[in-house]
Design a protein around this ligand. Structure first.
Ligand code: CP
Ligand code: NVA
Length: 311
């Protein structure tokens, strides 16, 4: 029975713990001369209709390091760009390759591909969710605080795919999460409901604020993302206005806990959601996050494509 990663909820909390430990092990092995090639002879297709730097490169390099190969396809390079259905594409790909990473707009397209493909499907970002990013971020938080549960995480900015993914993880794992988001840009209501009902059952807390200055009191993680996501380019001006008080500035960071770290999934827009001096501050771990995409995704690929061959 094939397994997919459409949302962090596709893995149990125990499996997420195992994945993070596996990623740490693979990270330690990097450059040590130890080779682990569980994906020899396997091909991963990256099917993308939005741009990407981190997701594309870390998946391609990860496949190579695990002994497999990858194939990048933009929608427009395939017959998807000329109207062939996702379902037919999924069935054809299932005859050639052993896994798919999809980056697209509508989350429903991911669900449709998962339903129709016979091979594991990984969500490489939709308008709704970006689970690979949050799993890499959990690894980064564990490296910095030696734990995940109980760490006070504060997300500031747009209620987008990253905010939704944090809520999903917080509900699923019982995390302490505050969100400072302006009215009109709130996250997906179903995901908010899930997080609010589930998080307290597992020791977590979900709190919403409109005022970032109140939200960051005692924060150990300050997290932000772009104000305008891919596909929303025509809203740039109205978004700049709506989010002008939601920048992670040096002054805002000063209100957080003394051991606070600053996180951003990247790409960053210095001077908008984050001040340049904060991004460059020693408390910023944004490039560790980017690196950890590689390690966690190698663990995900090993787990989904060759579960019988874990190190
Ligand atoms: N954070 C992230 O997913 O980056 P890319 O859009 O560059 O893949
Ligand atoms: N919210 C951003 C994340 C980019 C990694 C976007 O969807 O464009």
């Amino acid at each position: 029975m094939k397994r997919d990663l459409c949302s962090v909820r596709d893995f149990s909390p125990k499996e997420i713990e195992t994945l993070i430990e596996l990623a740490q092990k693979l990270k330690e092995q990097t450059g040590s001369g130890i080779t682990h090639s569980p994906l020899q002879g396997k091909t991963l297709v990256l099917l993308f209709c939005k741009p990407s730097t981190r997701t594309r490169i870390s998946f391609e390099v990860g496949m190579y390091q695990l002994g497999g190969q990858s194939l990048y396809l933009n929608y427009t390079d395939t017959h998807l760009g000329r109207g062939e259905s996702l379902a037919d594409t999924a069935r054809v790909l299932s005859r050639y390759v052993q896994g798919i990473v999809l980056r697209t707009y509508a989350h429903q397209d991911l669900v449709e591909l998962a339903r129709t493909a016979d091979i594991p499907l990984i969500n490489g970002l939709t308008d709704l969710l970006h689970p690979c990013q949050i799993l890499a971020d959990l690894l980064t938080i564990k490296e910095k605080f030696h734990k995940i549960k109980g760490v006070r995480i504060v997300y500031i900015g747009d209620g987008n795919n990253i905010a939704n993914s944090w809520l999903m993880a917080a509900g699923h794992l019982g995390l302490k999460l505050r969100l400072a988001i302006p009215e009109g840009y709130l996250p997906d209501p179903e995901i908010v409901k899930f997080a609010r009902t589930q998080a307290p059952k597992y020791g977590g807390e979900i709190e919403f604020y409109h005022d970032p200055w109140r939200a960051v009191q005692g924060a150990q993680v300050l997290y932000t993302d772009v104000w305008t996501s891919m596909g929303q380019e025509e809203e740039v001006l109205s978004r700049e206005k709506a989010f002008q008080n939601y920048q992670i500035s040096a002054q805002l960071l000063a209100q957080a806990a003394p051991d606070a770290i600053v996180m951003h999934c990247l790409p960053a827009h210095r001077g908008e959601e984050i001040a340049g001096e904060v991004l460059e501050n020693k408390r910023s771990v944004v490039f560790d996050q980017a690196e950890n995409r590689l390690h966690i995704q190698k663990a995900i690929l090993n787990f989904l494509l060759a579960p019988q061959n874990l190190p």
